[in-house]
Design a protein around this ligand. Structure first.
Ligand code: ZN
Length: 202
């Protein structure tokens, strides 16, 4: 596989460094362990995941009550804190802190989300995977299956990498008489990836 290393994000460079050349190679627990962080799955109250750091060692706890795709993203998010925010100590991350729809704001949680998104769905593997495929939710689901990612994360990734104008909208229970939780604006398809709008709109 020939790639331009100068175009890789920090998370992609990490994966490349560890020999990842295929989605099946992305073993987040192995990377965490290699970097000195033990990963445990347990029921957590009031947070989705947490990182307890002590020197060069850490324990990443992931809420075992959340669904598998969510657990994987939470692990990637805490791994991002461990690798990128070591000077900040330990983290206790709420559900609303963790998620691929909140990856563009300029704060430490958003940075961890962006890093986590690239750990799970690295562009250097996603782009060739997407070649020749239709841009729709079926493709997003297939991407999620192949990369062990949630449908939400996969749909956002497909929309970001698509050449065609694409947007992703998520609503709580359909669009009638309910709340639109967040959407990716069309500007994203026009080259502005900072247009994700988390939060509740009427
Ligand atoms: Zn966090």
């Amino acid at each position: 596989m020939a790639i331009d290393h100068s175009l890789l994000s920090p998370a992609e460079r990490l994966l490349w460094q560890y020999g990842v050349r295929d989605p099946s190679h992305i073993d987040l627990e192995a990377i965490a362990n290699y970097r000195g962080a033990e990963v445990v799955y347990r029921r957590l109250c009031g947070c989705a995941a947490r990182l307890v750091a002590a020197g060069e060692k850490a324990v990443i706890s992931v809420d075992s009550g959340s669904y598998p795709g969510r657990q994987r993203f939470s692990l990637a998010h805490e791994l991002a804190h461990w690798i990128c925010d070591k000077d900040r100590g330990s983290f206790r991350c709420a559900n609303e802190d963790i998620g691929p729809q909140n990856a563009e704001a300029k704060n430490v949680e958003a940075y961890a989300n962006g890093y986590a998104s690239q750990l799970i769905l690295p562009s250097f593997l996603v782009d060739p995977w997407l070649e020749g495929r239709r841009i729709n939710l079926d493709t997003a689901k297939a991407l999620g299956d192949d990369f062990d990612a949630s449908l939400t994360a996969s749909a956002i990734k497909v929309a970001r990498r698509a050449d065609a104008q694409t947007c992703v909208v998520w609503a709580a229970a359909g669009f009638k008489d309910t709340l639109l939780r967040w959407s990716m604006k069309q500007e994203i398809a026009n080259g502005n990836e900072k247009a994700i709008q988390p939060g509740v709109q009427g």
